[in-house]
Design a protein around this ligand. Structure first.
Ligand SMILES: NC(=O)c1ccc[n+]([C@@H]2O[C@H](COP(=O)([O-])OP(=O)(O)OC[C@H]3O[C@@H](n4cnc5c(N)ncnc54)[C@H](O)[C@@H]3O)[C@@H](O)[C@H]2O)c1
Length: 328
């Protein structure tokens, strides 16, 4: 089975692609490689790597593709606000284009890795049937992509939406702008855990290998189980309030709980129910925040992860690419 992964050189893609290859899939990896081409394994009989843009690539790339996992996007709220028109053109129009061309070219299944950020601010615990409340360009583009791509589904074109919790853990394309990863790096560099104000906000979390496993489950489940379905990806136990999460991180690593506040009060707060993915896809995360934090701490200590790599803070890196004019 041949799978196209867009955004394959990104934080999730560079973990997912080797997992797919290990499971025997043949992978076509498409990416603009804004974070470099060196995050994927070398090309071989199971992996073809192509530098292309999801807004412009030729539809012939979709010939003989059985399934698409469409990860390419400007991948968080602050990056999404740098140039909202560009964000809309990639995250909504670009992914809608990939889905439309996939259907046209006879691809059987399309998976959209969306985000729990579509829930925005919520007082109650939300599930897939709850009303959404997207607060940023990034979240609105995800929601619009979900809605329009779901409309393309039919008996021969399966569409699955995965609303991922905030991801953490080690990846070849490391992101230190994600809460748990950033907390560990902050303490490593400055002896203080950075906490986004005011700390009472709720957020669900999932490890990068676990969310990749969820994508593989969505790829392999019978069409009748997943077609037109939305799944939240994460687990009930990993809904945390940010201040409590920071305490857990400190305790897990065995460092003093020294912290510093940053940012304006975060208006996003959501607790998410993950019963559906557990029940329908048998998805159970293998990692938790503590395990993820220790893994990152060890990588920083051993030099495997570079706390000063400018590419690891997505919004800052995109700012520099926009300034250089290398990001159309
Ligand atoms: N990491 C998280 O916590 C998280 C949570 C929820 C949802 N998501 C979503 O999962 C997806 C992957 O996230 P990630 O953390 O791996 O992000 P990432 O920024 O590391 O990876 C995105 C990849 O897409 C590529 N890309 C961007 N625009 C492109 C274009 N026009 N054409 C081709 N490639 C392009 C980039 O070069 C990058 O390699 C994104 O859609 C993101 O919004 C991520």
């Amino acid at each position: 089975m041949r799978v196209l992964v867009t955004g394959a050189g990104g934080y999730i893609g560079s973990v997912l692609v080797p997992m797919l290859i290990k499971k025997g899939y043949s992978v076509l990896a498409i990416d603009r490689f804004f974070f470099g081409r060196d995050k994927l394994p070398p090309q071989n009989g199971h992996l073809e790597v192509v530098e292309e843009d999801i807004r412009f690539f030729e539809k012939e790339f979709l010939k003989d593709i059985d399934a698409v996992i469409d990860l390419a996007a400007l991948s968080n709220d602050p990056a999404g606000e740098l140039d909202p028109v560009k964000t809309w053109s990639i995250n909504y129009l670009g992914r809608f284009r990939v889905a439309t061309l996939s259907k046209l070219m006879g691809v059987k299944r399309y998976i959209l890795p969306s985000s729990c950020s579509v829930y925005g601010f919520q007082d109650d615990v939300v599930d897939e049937s709850s009303s959404t409340n997207p607060l940023t360009t990034y979240a609105r583009a995800n929601l619009k992509a979900e809605k329009d791509i779901l409309n393309l589904a039919d008996d021969s074109f399966t569409v699955v939406i995965l609303r991922q919790a905030t991801v953490y853990g080690l990846s070849p394309r490391m992101r230190f702008d994600l809460a748990i990863n950033g907390m560990v790096r902050g303490f490593f560099k400055n002896g203080k855990i950075p906490i986004l104000r005011d700390g009472s906000q709720w957020r669900p979390f999932v490890h990068v290998r676990d969310t990749s496993s969820a994508m593989i489950k969505a790829l392999e489940a019978p069409a009748k189980v997943v077609n037109t379905e939305i799944f939240n990806v994460g687990s009930e136990e990993q809904n945390y309030q940010i201040f409590d999460l920071a305490k857990r991180v400190a305790e897990a690593i065995g460092i003093p709980f020294e912290y510093e506040w940053y940012g304006l009060p975060d208006h996003r707060s959501y607790r998410v129910n993950f019963a559906k993915i557990k029940e329908k896809l048998g998805f159970e995360p293998q990692y938790n925040a503590e395990k993820g934090a220790v893994e990152i701490w060890e990588a920083l200590q051993s030099g495997k992860a570079d706390p000063d790599d400018p590419k690891t803070i997505t919004v800052e890196w995109y700012k520099s690419l926009l300034k250089e004019g290398t990001m159309i």
